[in-house]
Structure formats: C-alpha cells, structure tokens
Write a protein that binds this ligand. Sequence first.
Ligand SMILES: *[C@@H]1O[C@H](CO)[C@@H](O)[C@H](O)[C@H]1NC(C)=O
Ligand SMILES: *[C@@H]1O[C@H](CO)[C@@H](O)[C@H](O)[C@H]1NC(C)=O
Ligand SMILES: *[C@@H]1O[C@H](CO)[C@@H](O)[C@H](O)[C@H]1NC(C)=O
Ligand SMILES: *[C@@H]1O[C@H](CO)[C@@H](O)[C@H](O)[C@H]1NC(C)=O
Ligand SMILES: *[C@@H]1O[C@H](CO)[C@@H](O)[C@H](O)[C@H]1NC(C)=O
Ligand SMILES: *[C@@H]1O[C@H](CO)[C@@H](O)[C@H](O)[C@H]1NC(C)=O
Ligand SMILES: *[C@@H]1O[C@H](CO)[C@@H](O)[C@H](O)[C@H]1NC(C)=O
Ligand SMILES: *[C@@H]1O[C@H](CO)[C@@H](O)[C@H](O)[C@H]1NC(C)=O
Length: 911
Amino acid sequence: MCCLLRPFQLLYLLLFLLNFQPNLSSSSSSSSITQLCSPEEAAALIQFKTSFSIDESSSWWCDYYSKISYPKTNSWKEGLDCCSWDGITCDNVNGQVIGLDLSCSWLYGSIASNSSLFHLRHLQKLNLAFNYFNLSKMSSKFGQFASLEYLNLSEAYFRGQVPSQVSHLSKLVSLDLSGNYIQTLDKHTLKGLIENLTKVRQLVLDDINMSSISSNALMNLSSSLRILSLVGCGLIGKIPENIFHFSQLRFLGLSYNYFSGQIPSSLTNLRHLEFLYISNNQLEGSIPNEVTAFPNLISLDLSFNLLNGTLPSWLYTVSTLKHIALENNKLSGDIKEFQYNSLEEISLGNNKLKGPIPSSISHLVNLTFVDLSNLIGIVEVDMFSKLQNLQVLDLSYNSLSLSSNGVSANYTLPNLQGLYLSSCNVSEFPQFLRGSESLKRLDLSNNRISGKIPKWMWDVGKDSLWNLNLSHNSLTDFEQIPWKEIEYLDLSSNFIHGDLPIPPSTTMVFLISNNSLSGEIPSLLCNANNLEYLDLSHNNLSGIIPQCFGNLSRGLFVLNLQMNKFHGPIPSVFTKGCPLYYLNLNGNQLEGPLPQAIVNCRRLEVLDLGNNKINDTFPYWLESLTQLRVLVLYSNQLHGSIHGPWSSHSFSEIQNFDLSSNYFTGPLPVKYIKNFKVMINLTVDESEMSYMGTGGRAPGDFYGYSTRIAIKGQEMELEKIFSGFTSIDLSNNEFQGEIPKVIGKLDSLRELNLSHNNLSSCIPTTMGNLTALESLDLSSNKLVGKIPEQLTSLGSLEVLNLSQNQLVGPIPKGKQFNTFGNDSYAGNLGLCGFPLSKSCDNTEAPIFPEEADSEFGFEWKAALMGYGSGLVFGISAAYIMFTLGKPRWLVRMVEEVGYKLKRYLKGRKNL
Ligand SMILES: *[C@@H]1O[C@H](CO)[C@@H](O)[C@H](O)[C@H]1NC(C)=O
Ligand SMILES: *[C@@H]1O[C@H](CO)[C@@H](O)[C@H](O)[C@H]1NC(C)=O
Ligand SMILES: *[C@@H]1O[C@H](CO)[C@@H](O)[C@H](O)[C@H]1NC(C)=O
Ligand SMILES: *[C@@H]1O[C@H](CO)[C@@H](O)[C@H](O)[C@H]1NC(C)=O
Ligand SMILES: *[C@@H]1O[C@H](CO)[C@@H](O)[C@H](O)[C@H]1NC(C)=O
Ligand SMILES: *[C@@H]1O[C@H](CO)[C@@H](O)[C@H](O)[C@H]1NC(C)=O
Ligand SMILES: *[C@@H]1O[C@H](CO)[C@@H](O)[C@H](O)[C@H]1NC(C)=O
Ligand SMILES: *[C@@H]1O[C@H](CO)[C@@H](O)[C@H](O)[C@H]1NC(C)=O
C-alpha cells in the first residue's frame, strides 16, 4: 500500500463513521409489510448480481478491520420480494429501492456504464465499499443518481479519473471514495464538488491523487463539514487557513501529504475536534499551545513532521485524550506529569526530548502502546512493571537501566506483543520476558548480548514470535531455532560459528550475514520453502550451492551468498517465473560457465557475480533482463570480444556496469554504451536520499541492495546503493582501439574507469560533456594526442588518472585541473605544464615516449602505487573525500547508513 495509515487512525475513522450515519428520510427496514419491489428493479438487481463472481479475497480488507464479510447477494432469489433481500432497503410507501449496501460482499468484477445498477433510479444510499471492481474506471453514470445522499465506494479497486459527474450529486451528505489508490481527481471535478455539494458533512477522499490541485482550491469547502479526510492525496502547499474555522469539524485527517509551513494558532478554534491527524507532512514551528484548547480531543497524530518547541501544555490536561502520536519531530524540553489516566497510546520517540520519563506514566493503567525511543537521559524499565495492559514497548536508543540485571524480575508483562530495545546497551535478555506467551516481535539488535540464547528464552513467544532481530550483538552459538512461527529472523553481525542453523518452514526472511558459519549448506535449508529473503553473506560457508535451491528460487526475492567459499558451478536452478530481484554471489570460487537459466528471473535488478572463477564469453542473453540496473562481473575469467547488443533496448536501465579484471578483447562495447539510457539526463533529488532496494515492490519493504563497486579507485562494499549512483568500469581487460565519442552522451555518469587496457586513440573531446563525472581513470593505456581542453568543464571531477599513456602537450589549466597532482599524469613523457615541473616553453616536438616497459611488471607496480599503497591510503582518501563534504550523497550515505570500506586487489590477473 502506498500510504499505510496507522491502524488506529483508520479504525477510529471507521468507528467514528459508524456513529455518524446521516439520517435518510424515508428509509425503513425490509421487514415492513406494505409494498413489494417493482419487477423492473428486482430484475435489475438480479442482473447486477450475475455480473460478478463471488470471491472471498475481494473483501480481504474487511477481515483486516474486523468487519463482517459475506456474500450478501447469495440471498437474492428471483420470485421473492427484493425488499427482503440482504442489503436492500425499500421505501415503505411505494416500494422503490432506495438503499443498496453491498459492502464487504465478496464481489469480483467490473461495473460498466451499461450495468443494470444504474437502472436503480431512486437510490438514496449506495455502499459498495470493500469489494474488487477489477481496477475498472468509475463510470460517469454514478452522477445520475439524482436522489443520492450517501455514496460509499471505499476500498473498491476503481482506477483512473473520478468522473466529474459526481459533482452532480448535489444532495450528497456523505461521500467516501477512499482507498482506491490509483484514482485521480482533477481541479475541475473538485471545484464542481465544492460548488454543488453544499450539504456534504462527510468527505472522505483518502488516497485519491490530487497532486495537480493546489491546496488553495480547498478554500471554499463547506464549513458545515463534520468529517474531512484527505489522507495521502499528494496535496502541496500550506494547509488552507479556512479549514481551521470549521467550527463543527470533529474529524480532520490530512496525513501523508506535503503540507508545509506552521500550524496556524487558529487550529485551537476547533473546539469540537475529536480526531486530529496531520502526520507525515512537512509542518514546522511549534504546536499551538492554548491551555484550554481541544476540550474533546480523543486522538492526536502529528508524527513525522518537523515540529519543534516544547510539548503543549494541553497535552497533560485534556482528560479525553487516548492517543498521542508526536514521534519523529524535533520537539525538545522535558515530559511533564500527566494529569489524567485515560491514555492508551503514547508515542514521543525520535525527538529531542529529555528524560526522565514522568512517574505518572506508571499509573496509566490502560496504556497499551508506548514509544519513548531516543530520549536524552536514562530510562528505568521497571517503571512499566504495573502496566499490565502493555502490548508494545519501544525504548530503543536509550540508556536503559534494567534494575533486574542478573536476577529474576518479580514482574512480567503478560500482554506484551512487541518489545523494542535496539541500541540500549543491554547485555542480557530482559528477565521480565520470562513466561511471555504472546510476544510477537522482539528487537534487541545492536546491544551487547553475548554467548548463547538462555534456555528460558526458548519458551518466550514459543507459538507467537514471528519477528526477531538479534543482529549486531556478540552471540556465539545458535544451534537451533526453537520458535515455530518465526517469519522474520535477523541474526546478522554476531559471532555465530559452526553449522548454519536451519530456520523453520514458516520463515520468510532469514538474515545471518557477517558471522563465522562454516561447513556446507545443509539441504534441509531447502525445506524452508517460504523464504523470500536469504542472506548468508560474509561467512565461511563452503561446498557447492545445493541443487535443491531450485525449490527456493521459486519464492526468493533476494539471494545473497557473497563472500563465502562456495565452489563448483552456479547451479542452473532458476525456474520460469523466478521472482528474484537481487542475486549476489560475489567473492566465492564459483566456476564454469554462467547458467543461462538466470534469464528466467525477469525482475532481476542486481546481478553481482564479481570475484569468482567464471569462465565464459560475454553473456549476451542477459540483455533480455530488462530491469537490470547493476551488472557486476569483475574479476572472473570472462573472455572474447563483445559485439552486442542484439536489441536496441537492452541494458537501458543499467546504472552500474562492471566488467573489470577479465580477459575481454576487441573494441570497447560501444553499442552497449549507446544503450545506457539511464545514464543520460538522470534526475535525482539528492535532498531525498533513496537507495536501490526491494522497497515497495517485493513484500517486506526493507531490503537494501548492497554491491561491491570501485568508487574513485577504491573498491568498497556499498551497503546500500544510492539510486543516483552510476558507473562504468571496463578496466583491466585487453580492450583495444578507440574510446568511442558517444560516451560523451552519458551526462549523468559519475565514475568511468577504462584503465589498464590497450586503448590507443585520442581522448575524445566529447568527454567534456560528462558533467556529472566525479572520477575518471584512463591510466595505463596507449592513449595519444593532447588532453582535450574541454575536460576543464568537468566541474564535479575529483579524481583524475591519465598516467602511463602517451599523451603530449600542455595540461589544461583552470578549475578542477588546478587541484590534480603529478600522479594524475605520471608516465606521459610528452606532457608539460602545471603541476609537472616540465614547462611548456618549447614543446613543439611531441616526442612519443618509448614503449615503456608496459609489460605486467611495470603495470603492476603502477597498480600497486595507485590502489595498493595500503589500506592507509584507502581510508585516508575516503576520509578526505567524505569530510570535505563532497559529494553530498556519499557523505549522507556514510552518516545515515554507514558503509564498510573493503579493499580488494583488482589486479588478480597480474598476480
Ligand atoms: C464506507 O463503507 C465502509 C464499509 O462499510 C465503512 O467502514 C465506512 O465507514 C463507510 N464510509 C462512510 C463515510 O460512511
Ligand atoms: C455491456 O456492454 C458490453 C459490451 O460493451 C456487453 O458485453 C455486455 O453484455 C453489456 N452488459 C449489459 C448488462 O448489458
Ligand atoms: C451541479 O449539479 C447540477 C445537477 O444537480 C448539474 O447540472 C451541474 O452541472 C452541477 N454543477 C457542477 C459544477 O458540476
Ligand atoms: C471561492 O468562492 C469565491 C466566492 O464564490 C470565489 O470568488 C473564489 O474564486 C473561490 N475560490 C476558489 C479557490 O475556488
Ligand atoms: C523552530 O523552527 C523555526 C523554523 O521553522 C525557527 O524559526 C524557530 O526558532 C525554532 N524554534 C525552536 C524553539 O527551536
Ligand atoms: C481503562 O479502560 C477501562 C475499559 O475500557 C475503563 O473502564 C476505565 O475507566 C479505564 N481507566 C481509566 C483510568 O481511564
Ligand atoms: C518488585 O520488587 C521491588 C523491590 O525489589 C519492589 O519495589 C516492587 O514493588 C516489586 N514489584 C512487584 C510487581 O511486586
Ligand atoms: C558535446 O561535445 C561536443 C564537442 O565538445 C560539442 O560540440 C557538443 O555540443 C557537446 N554536446 C552537448 C550536448 O553538450
């Protein structure tokens, strides 16, 4: 789902709406004796029924929100009075069908314009929510129900434009088109709605894309609104001030938009407000703080904004409040004592608030949800000991004081379902978990827990725990995984040794990278056939990759086996429909040819097979993987010349193309380079960091792709790949001939390495067009001619290596060129000018240097000088690169996600 509401928000909207149904004038229940429905309307209803098939999954949202769901149309039988059918309401007096409620009725199919639904002319109330209308367009005929007062098409899977005719429904009191996700509403339709729907009191348009509409267009909304919900509508700009004058408003939902600016103090005019949800916007400034504000507020969510200042004083006194969600803002100051006990949920995490937690919290007996992560100060866990209703407790990123350290706690939290104590400096499993039977999620990542899992933990959540994160601790043993229901298990970055533990068959995500596992992969692992993410990277696992991975490849989205000791061929186990997005086998000893079956994985975005012993010609068939973004084949035994592509679209999504350190011959793959469309005109919003990953498409939404790529000559593992990062590395092969001019088209290319080949042309002047280039390495070739003056326009260039060529003439002056040192030009005897000591006074004679001893010996020495002068160079260069603050995306990457600098000698064939 693109914009997930907190369940409580939606739930409260639903509950609230239940108590708030508009009165329909002449409706009555079906039991009345008076009139029978007309044969025409009965026929229309039967025809409507038969235009659908019944499919329970059409109404799965109903289960999610605990709504009763069954196929109401099953009771519809010809010959009976249709007024007695389920979901039908008739007028007492004349028997006309005035109400149709088929919400949660398992309907599957489309509603076309010729549907008999539109024959029901007298409808006052129509509810088709929570069915599956096949992503069909909402018909303009919906605008023809002249008497309609209530229209509800929520969660019904309509697509496309909301028809402007909806604004003809001028009697509407309630309109709900929420949750259709791919519907749009344009300016004119909205204007029509505002002009004509003067009676509307409930307007729920969540998830309809209104991004083409300026928020000012909402200025004239009816001030008699009781419910206004525009969640996830893509609205931009300031929140229209007038909304804060709707004195009747009880429910205001504007979460998940792009509203900016301050919250006007007139917000406190909304004295009837019970529900206020404006989370996930970009609001700044402080929260209005009028002591007597919001006397009726029940639920407040302003989380995920940029709000600062202190917590408003009314927060401590509005005795109706049950939910406070203010996490992920910039609020500061301390948390005062609460003067009422009704609170059920409190989320203040990820602000700049100071501890201690007020002692009144320990009296809020109805608290079920507490997020007080990331406070400044020490947190006493035991103060929660009396909160026996507690279901979720998040105290991550705090300095925890567990008074029970080492001894058995004298209390338990019997209803606890989620406990989050990540990065709390905890050295053992918290004792109060003993006997917890309903625990579902436990996050103890990034602590100091060492050794084995204590036996008593095996019973904690034995039949309920499904999400367990113990990564980044010091666990050493993990022989078995006792939790039967586990789905997500992260044991990465510990010191677990011995055999690979086998997760139960329920497991979908199993991450155990960065440990010391050894031995072969037991074929038992393949029984875990629900696996979607499997990461065994950075261990000492050996043996062959078992054939039974064929079973797994039917469900895997991510397979990461990099940096182990697997040998033998890559098994040809990728079957038709293989859903892999990410396949990483880098850094093993895999041999033989590449199995062509990989093309069955049509969604593949990252294929990293670098650092193996694969012996093959260039795998042209990879061209059919149209989603491929990262192709890394460096340091293998690939050979032959590259002729492709065979299709003009192949590799058009490629961002990182690394064939370095192989034995490729012939000209550079110029036709592929022509196809790299993504490297042209790539626009990335660098202020909004985004990384490549399965986010959003594959279930899970969390796995960031990593790969090992050379950045500015340093081989490093990128734990996350910034989506704007582009590179071509063809170094260390036997390519010959010229550098193609067309390369100048790749104006979004950041890294280009063609070094250590036999290229013998001039440097094309078009390379001056590579304005995004940050690193250019053409060293150790046989390039001739002058360095083109145009290269001075490479304003982002930070690393330049042209050494060991046969270049002549003056080195260009100015801009970036003033920052490069001698090393950039070494071994070109014909170059002169700054920074070389040789001046250009009489350089008419371009003496071609002797064929330098460019045999491996010399090249290798150069390589060692460049890359190999030890990790020291690597780290300090990286340090400088990052601390100078340029490029920004890398700095942020380091700050935000961390990275692992890993150096690998690239000159394997020279060894
Ligand atoms: C629309 O129908 C659904 C399902 O019955 C209900 O939960 C929701 O509250 C309704 N919306 C309005 C505005 O009444
Ligand atoms: C509606 O029109 C389609 C063709 O556009 C036809 O196949 C279908 O039978 C019609 N349905 C009804 C209820 O008339
Ligand atoms: C208002 O509704 C009437 C019919 O109820 C319709 O004729 C008119 O076009 C509507 N106006 C707008 C702006 O949609
Ligand atoms: C709001 O209504 C006023 C008066 O009818 C009109 O002048 C103005 O243009 C309307 N504003 C918008 C944004 O539609
Ligand atoms: C809050 O942020 C605003 C800018 O949005 C700034 O002007 C103000 O000084 C900040 N206040 C505090 C208390 O940090
Ligand atoms: C706690 O919840 C129960 C059940 O909803 C309610 O009866 C009781 O009044 C609540 N306690 C407080 C202090 O609000
Ligand atoms: C647990 O023991 C401490 C003293 O060690 C005591 O203060 C506290 O009240 C006890 N808690 C319970 C729930 O018995
Ligand atoms: C690319 O470079 C060539 C040669 O320097 C120049 O003539 C051409 O205009 C440039 N193209 C673009 C799109 O800048």
